[in-house]
Design a protein. Structure first.
Length: 257
């Protein structure tokens, strides 16, 4: 017995350390924190208040893209070329040069829609009401044939669903050498250019759509036949007119040749 007491006395420090270590391990196991798992909250797990707040945020974001934040008068202008600097349509028809064009699409029975599904606010940036109203004023849309500009124009004039039926020709080596002209409720029969004015002669109609394509190089040629210098910006005004020279609509386009 005395030998056991002596052994314990000699190893008392070791025993204390062992006891403390065991105690700490037991404490840790007992108070160990449960593992945290992050799970996505399903819509049906939200409270009614949370659903309402979420819906309000979404509606505010959509409303911000639909209209101005406050009641204001908005007048968007297409006039990058002052009217006083343009010739009359009749003068262009008499003194300009006729340029060839291709009719890539025509549907005389087409009726212009008041609203398209892809203009809905749920689609975000395309849903601006002021933009939709402004575009609805026009019967004429003009753009270079690069994919981005062409796609945006199709969307703005409300014929995006016809994209698969319309294939613009490629003049030269790049799509942007093609100038696409979309005429709504107007059948164009002749295109005449004089300097920076392009007159589209045709007959107004109650229905119908026509898509034409012109080689940009034919437009940037002057009456004398000279071609613009490369990388020179040129502003064009396109005028949709009757055979008598009365303007029905106009639009502008700046090109880099």
């Amino acid at each position: 017995m005395s030998k056991l007491m002596d052994l314990l006395a000699k190893n008392r420090l070791t025993l204390y350390v062992l006891i403390i270590s065991l105690t700490f391990m037991i404490f840790t196991l007992v108070h160990d924190k449960p593992k945290v798992s992050i799970q996505t909250v399903n819509e049906n797990q939200l409270t009614e208040m949370e659903k309402t707040l979420k819906e309000n945020r979404e509606l505010k974001n959509r409303l911000a893209k639909l209209e101005p934040p406050a009641p204001v008068k908005m007048v968007a202008s297409d006039s990058i070329i002052p009217v006083k600097q343009t010739l009359s349509a009749l003068t262009v028809m008499e003194e300009g040069i006729q340029v060839p064009f291709e009719e890539v699409y025509q549907d005389t029975a087409w009726v212009r829609p008041d609203f398209q599904p892809y203009w809905h606010s749920i689609n975000g940036q395309w849903s601006s009401v002021p933009d939709r109203i402004h575009n609805s004023y026009h019967r004429l849309f003009v753009t270079q044939g690069s994919p981005v500009l062409w796609g945006e124009t199709l969307h703005n004039c409300g014929i995006a669903e016809l994209a698969g039926d319309i294939e613009l020709p490629v003049y030269g080596n790049k799509a942007s050498d093609s100038v696409a002209i979309i005429a709504v409720n107007h059948m164009v029969t002749e295109i005449i250019v004089f300097d920076n004015q392009v007159v589209l002669v045709g007959t107004p109609e109650r229905t119908g759509i026509q898509v034409l394509s012109v080689d940009l190089r034919d437009l940037v040629s002057s009456v004398s036949g000279e071609i613009m210098a490369l990388n020179e910006n040129k502003k064009f005004i396109f005028q949709l007119v009757t055979p008598d020279g009365y303007e029905i609509d106009y639009n502008n386009m700046t090109v880099n040749f």
